[in-house]
Design a protein around this ligand. Structure first.
Ligand SMILES: [Zn+2]
Length: 335
């Protein structure tokens, strides 16, 4: 396989805090020998696990980007054991544009793994993560949100683990992050469902991998940001990497299995009739689609094919056929 063309400005093996860029070659009209500067921070203090923290894999998901840049500022090498590698804006062109996908190549980084070292910028970044950074890591935390179009409550995403040891570690990470919800993949987080995602790439590389959905709607919510920052410190602590941190009492996590998304079949303006956490019956009307361009046309109804609770909700009013209006989940075990 051809080698990556991306070079790192920092030495990941060196102790201390190091800040620089992953240089993604990008030769264009205004910059013949130019590169895209993907920010990267490595904080290392001797031996111990390596945790890779990603945000901005989707550029319009912001809590993680802020939390990682703040953590990179706040963490002193003397406080930690092992190594923390942080990428606050993993797909920098998308993040700079505030878009889910890169304006350079329409690339959705979380649908691009394993990537291509000779491909477009998004494919090159995926390949660098898959071939260079994931093999360095023991743990991956990939921070997302619902992006511009969806809103999620703070929710951890994980598989069930491929071995009893991995299953136990995923439980410990979930308990440490201590978000209100956890969406546990019933497919085992296996290669078919997640192969093109960062979490799937982590799994391929033997990295214990989790994701989180943290708000959305293209906005930042300060209480979700606080939960994110608290969760990251608690994860470093439970891994023995932040020994002097004193976690407060856990608040508890409601474990869910996804049932599926509820889709629109008409275009118009979406009015949600349910909110996050609401109970939904099978066949219940959960939203309306209005047609103010045809004022006397009756509104269409959106009916849920699932029973359960609302895990995520569309954040935008404009909706088209094929757009998800809600995602419905059920309790992993009845409460
Ligand atoms: Zn995302």
């Amino acid at each position: 396989m051809p080698a990556t063309q991306i070079t790192a400005e920092i030495d990941f093996a060196a102790d201390g805090k190091h800040v620089g860029y992953l240089r993604v070659p990008h030769s264009v009209h205004r910059s013949a020998y130019g590169w895209i500067p993907v920010p990267v921070v490595s904080i290392r203090n001797g031996d111990g696990p390596t945790v890779l923290l990603l945000a901005g894999v989707h550029g319009d998901e912001y809590e993680g980007q802020i939390a990682l840049s703040r953590l990179a500022n706040d963490l002193a090498p003397e406080q930690i054991r092992g190594r923390v590698i942080l990428l606050p804006m993993s797909n920098l062109p998308a993040a700079k544009a505030g878009l889910r996908t890169s304006p350079l190549d329409d690339g959705n980084l979380n649908r691009t793994f394993p990537g291509d070292p000779g491909g477009t910028p998004t494919a090159m970044i995926a390949d660098y993560l898959e071939q260079t950074l994931f093999p360095m890591a023991d743990y991956l935390v990939d921070l997302h949100s619902g992006g511009s179009s969806l809103f999620y409550p703070p929710t951890l995403l994980r598989g069930q683990g491929h071995t009893p040891e991995e299953a136990e570690m995923l439980q410990r990470l979930q308990a440490a992050f201590d978000l209100p919800y956890a969406w546990v993949f019933t497919g085992g987080g296996g290669p078919n469902s997640t192969a093109r995602t960062a979490m799937g790439a982590g799994n391929r590389n033997g990295v214990v991998s989790i994701m989180a959905e943290l708000g959305g709607g293209g906005a930042v919510t300060s209480d979700i940001l606080a939960m994110t920052e608290r969760g990251l410190l608690r994860i470093l602590h439970v891994l023995g990497m932040l020994p002097d941190y004193e976690p407060d009492a856990a608040r508890g996590t409601r474990e869910l299995h996804a049932q599926g998304s509820v889709y629109a079949y008409q275009a118009g303006l979406f009015e949600p009739l349910k909110d996050i956490g609401d109970t939904v019956e099978k066949g219940e009307t959960v939203g309306l689609i209005h047609h103010p361009d045809t004022p006397l046309q009756a509104s269409d109804v959106i009916v849920s094919p699932y029973e359960g609770i609302v895990l995520c909700k569309r954040a935008l009013a404009r909706i088209e056929r094929g757009d998800a209006a809600f995602q419905i989940a059920r309790d992993a075990e009845p409460l």
